[in-house]
Write a protein that binds this ligand. Structure first.
Ligand code: BG6
Length: 490
């Protein structure tokens, strides 16, 4: 960085995301010596707080990668010394010009590079950007803004937000985060596909029968109902996290690994997708449930959720890509809260071997158990495994569905960095590959907006499922319409 400095301002410093993810990720980067030599971290929020109070607040959530690693407390102390706080309103130019003054002081004449992380509700984005970009516009260094979903509720409101931000910022200054893109296994998706001869040629309708993108959490909205009820699971998980994975999975080979080349291919595949139809969606909502002497609340029992809410906490959907590679292949998505387990995975079900010798014996009994299935388990316990048919050792001829299993915890030492670490580092380094470009966002909304409108316009009642269950049975019928079984259930 030479004579340059980087200031990272976390706007909304006392919020949950900042405390749980952003400050710890910044510290982890510092710990690994990934931050530039000259950096400062500022917290900005409305509440009054001293630098010391901010440091105390942050220090409660910082952890070193592996417990009791050497230098941990020493490093923490050094990091906290670089953290400061400024209190101000989000729509106040005065607040941001005072911040600017403090930033300049810390920058002490070096080329100032500034990163603002807007960890605040989106209705405040434009106010902050207007105030903060004004002071920064006259500088030599770069100024970048990280924003995180929700980016609107549909095509129109998202387009509106983009246009408002672009009044003050160039597209290159906007870093739209989708934290799933920072997850190790999601990054690995392209490596797996493009650098392994055994997979790349199979990546099409010729060999793949269906693809499943599954997200489940074993807890409900618990206090986040106020936010969640406005959006629902389709906007919270499917339109962004799962669709981003789908785009990476299904895109054509990019010209290079450059951000623009990759994002061009993602946009192309998103634009080839059919708009989701109402008959290809199942929605659900969790209801209260008593199990093992414990009672679990219904979604509508959450005090922050309006009574009688129809907001889905579960959805399953069948999506299609109308291009030569994927014509007719169902991409099934399933996302839900308050289910029996916490898991995110990508499952690729291959076709059966044509004329398979082991499919049937003369007696008519089937020998092979199943078609091949490739699973990328994004979390927990990151793993990649491939289900194959294998002969059970012995004198007879019996086949078994077995697994070639790459379990990360066995194969690789060390902890896997949190998604926010990678994304923050990329934003500092100006690497845009894992951030969402505005045309990608438009294409993503175009797929979901019509069905969201129909669901909400017709007030479609979600199918109730018990807290802690596997979700509504409707999801099975949806898959069955396409002759598919969910791989996480069978
Ligand atoms: C967020 C959603 O984007 O992702 C939350 O708003 C969800 O509802 C969270 O709980 C899940 O993230 P992760 O990384 O814990 O799987």
């Amino acid at each position: 960085q030479g004579g340059a400095t980087v200031s990272i301002t976390v706007v909304g410093a006392s919020g949950d995301l900042a405390k749980k993810k952003i400050f710890p990720a910044l510290f982890a980067l510092f710990y690994e010596d990934c931050l530039p030599e000259h950096f400062t971290v500022f917290g900005y929020a409305r509440s009054k707080m001293s630098d010391e109070e901010l440091r105390n607040m942050i220090s409660l959530t910082l952890t070193c990668r592996i417990d009791q690693r050497e230098n941990c407390s020493d490093k923490m102390e050094k990091f906290l010394k670089r953290c400061f706080y400024h209190s101000g309103q989000y729509n106040s130019e005065e607040g941001f010009s005072e911040l600017d003054r403090k930033l300049k002081e810390k920058e002490s004449g070096k080329v100032p590079n500034r990163l603002f992380y807007l960890s605040i509700p989106p209705n405040l984005f434009v106010d902050v950007v207007r105030s903060a970009s004004r002071t920064a516009s006259s500088q030599d260094g770069w100024t970048r803004f990280i924003v995180e979903k929700p980016f609107g509720r549909d095509s129109e409101s998202s387009g509106e937000l983009t246009r408002s931000l672009k009044k003050y910022l160039a597209e290159e200054q906007i870093f739209r985060i989708d934290h799933y893109l920072g997850k190790e296994l999601v990054e690995n998706l392209s490596v797996l596909r493009f650098s392994n001869l055994v997979f790349e040629p199979l990546w099409s309708r010729n060999y793949i029968r269906n693809v499943q993108l599954i997200f489940s959490e074993d807890f409900g909205t618990e206090g986040r109902g106020g936010y969640f009820d406005n959006y629902g699971i389709i906007r919270d998980i499917m339109q962004n996290h799962l669709l981003q994975i789908l785009a990476l999975f299904a895109m054509e080979t990019p010209v290079s690994l450059d951000a623009e080349d990759i994002r061009n291919e993602k946009v192309k595949v998103l634009r080839s997708m059919r708009k989701l139809r109402l008959e290809d969606v199942v929605v659900g909502q969790y209801k209260g449930h008593a199990k093992g002497g414990k009672t679990y609340p219904a979604y509508v029992d959450d005090p922050t959720v309006p009574a009688g809410s129809l907001t889905p906490t579960f959805a399953a959907a069948a999506l299609f890509i109308d291009n030569a590679r994927w014509d007719g292949v169902p991409f099934l998505m399933k996302a839900g809260k308050a289910l029996h387990t916490r898991r995110a995975e990508i499952r690729v079900q291959f076709r059966r071997v044509p004329g398979n010798l082991y499919r049937r014996r003369s007696s008519g009994t089937e020998l092979d158990k199943a078609a091949n299935e490739l699973v990328l388990r994004v979390q927990p316990d990151e793993a990649i495994y491939l289900k194959i048919n294998n002969k059970v050792p012995g004198l007879g001829m019996r086949l078994d569905s077995s697994e070639l299993n790459l379990l990360y915890s066995e194969r690789y030492r060390g902890e896997i960095p949190d998604a926010y670490e990678r994304l923050l580092l990329d934003a500092i380094e100006g690497e845009r590959r894992l951030f969402i470009r505005s045309d990608e966002l438009d294409a993503a909304w175009a797929i979901f907006t019509p069905v969201l409108r129909e669901l909400e316009g017709r007030r479609v009642a979600p199918e109730l499922y018990p807290y802690g269950s596997r979700g509504p049975v409707g999801a099975h019928y949806l898959a069955a319409n396409y002759n598919v079984r969910w791989g996480d259930i069978s």
